[in-house]
Write a protein that binds this ligand. Structure first.
Ligand SMILES: [Zn+2]
Length: 175
């Protein structure tokens, strides 16, 4: 089994660009170019497999953003890239696609000088801005068995309960 990468189609690139204009204008103003790609799993004959294959920290994930190295940013056109698992992506509603792309873009930010607030470039000669990826600020972790064994005594369930409490107004739609 191996993976094939496919360049994002015009419709999805437009969806991503729309989100960048409305939610991340600073990235556009600073010429940050995000590439969009899909990944699919293929067998030894090159036949596309109908299963998810994108992983992060060993777990299946729908999408992933990563930064392009400074050297490649000087030689290639992209500054960051989003890879979507095509198998999952194709089954998402427009609302879910928007949320997923927004999530990936949210990771990306421009490094600024803490004293002056000015954007930092990758070198004195380059106008390309230094980029970093934000870590998630809503995190759930733990073991299923520990929740089952210890119920509310487990940190897992307490964190999960805190998250549910915090977002209860948004959960209404799904019940
Ligand atoms: Zn993320």
């Amino acid at each position: 089994m191996s993976k094939n990468y496919i360049v994002g189609n015009a419709e999805d690139v437009e969806l991503m660009n729309g989100l960048m204009s409305s939610n991340y204008p600073e990235l556009i103003e600073n010429g940050v170019n995000v590439g969009l790609f899909y990944v699919v799993k293929v067998d030894k004959d090159g036949e596309v497999q109908n299963e998810a294959c994108l992983k992060k920290d060993g777990r299946t994930c729908s999408g992933k953003i990563s930064l392009i190295s400074d050297l490649n940013r000087m030689t290639d056109s992209f500054d960051a890239k989003i890879v979507l698992d095509l198998n999952i992506w194709q089954r998402l509603s427009l609302e879910e696609k928007n949320a997923l792309l927004d999530h990936e873009l949210y990771h990306l930010y421009i490094v600024k000088n803490p004293k002056t607030g000015e954007v930092v470039t990758i070198s004195d000669e380059s106008s390309k801005v230094k980029l970093k990826l934000k870590k998630h600020d809503v995190v759930m972790w733990g073991f299923h068995d520990i929740i089952v064994r210890h119920g509310f005594g487990s940190q897992e369930l307490q964190v999960l309960n805190g998250i549910s409490e915090c977002y209860k107004d948004y959960l209404v739609k799904s019940v």
